[in-house]
Structure formats: structure tokens, C-alpha cells
Design a protein around this ligand. Structure first.
Ligand code: ZN
Length: 120
């Protein structure tokens, strides 16, 4: 999956599905699960002294959802789209919207600093 933290996505399945773009707050499990702002929210009851709620009470948290339940939101198309990968002239990889082919950022980068093979 090519969804990353900070991306805008459209939720296409489940209780919170809808056409409006929402922000991904966390990517978990190697991209299989994601947390999306305001999606799959539950109220957790906490006692006083909790770091996020010093007075205690109810805390609203976003539970992770499966990343297959969302589509990447393309600002250019103004809708949820599927992502593809393209190679650039300098050998890099970029994520592209499959509809309008607009680049939405580079992919990976893990192999960028790999040392060249030693010959001889
Ligand atoms: Zn697009």
C-alpha cells in the first residue's frame, strides 16, 4: 500500500464512509492498517491523571481501519483515486494518480543510498 501519514484519503467502506477527504494520522502494520482522523472513533473512559485527559472522563480515539477501505484523495481530480507508480528519468519512483497522472510524491527511498556493487 502506498498510503502514508498525512495523506488525504476517502473512506469507501464501513460506518464512516463518505466522499469528504480525511487525513491519515498513523500508518500501522506496514501499511495494512491506518488511523484516519474522525473515522472508527470510540470513546474510551479514562481515570484522572491520564496524560491526554488529566481530569479523566471520556477520551475519543480513532481505531485503526484496514487500508483497503480507503482510497487516496487526489486534489486534482477532487475524488478518491487509485495510485500507481512511475519511474522518473533520474531513476526515482513517484506515486501518481491513475486518473490524471499527477505525481503525489516519491516512493520508498530505502534503496537510494545503497552502495554500488564492488567488482573484482
Ligand atoms: Zn488525479
Amino acid at each position: 500500500m502506498k498510503i502514508r501519514e498525512g495523506d488525504l484519503v476517502v473512506v469507501i467502506a464501513g460506518e464512516d464512509k463518505g466522499p469528504s477527504p480525511r487525513r491519515v494520522v498513523q500508518v500501522l502494520d506496514g501499511g495494512k492498517k491506518i488511523r484516519v482522523e474522525g473515522v472508527h472513533q470510540v470513546k474510551k473512559h479514562v481515570r484522572r491523571g491520564h496524560p491526554k485527559s488529566p481530569q479523566g472522563g471520556q477520551l475519543e480515539i480513532d481505531l485503526p481501519i484496514d487500508s483497503s477501505n480507503v482510497l487516496f484523495y487526489c486534489g486534482h481530480c477532487a475524488r478518491g483515486v487509485r495510485l500507481g507508480v512511475k519511474y522518473t528519468d533520474d531513476g526515482g519512483k513517484v506515486r501518481v494518480c491513475k486518473k490524471c497522472e499527477t505525481s503525489v510524491g516519491t516512493v520508498g527511498g530505502r534503496k537510494a543510498n545503497r552502495p554500488a556493487a564492488v567488482s573484482g
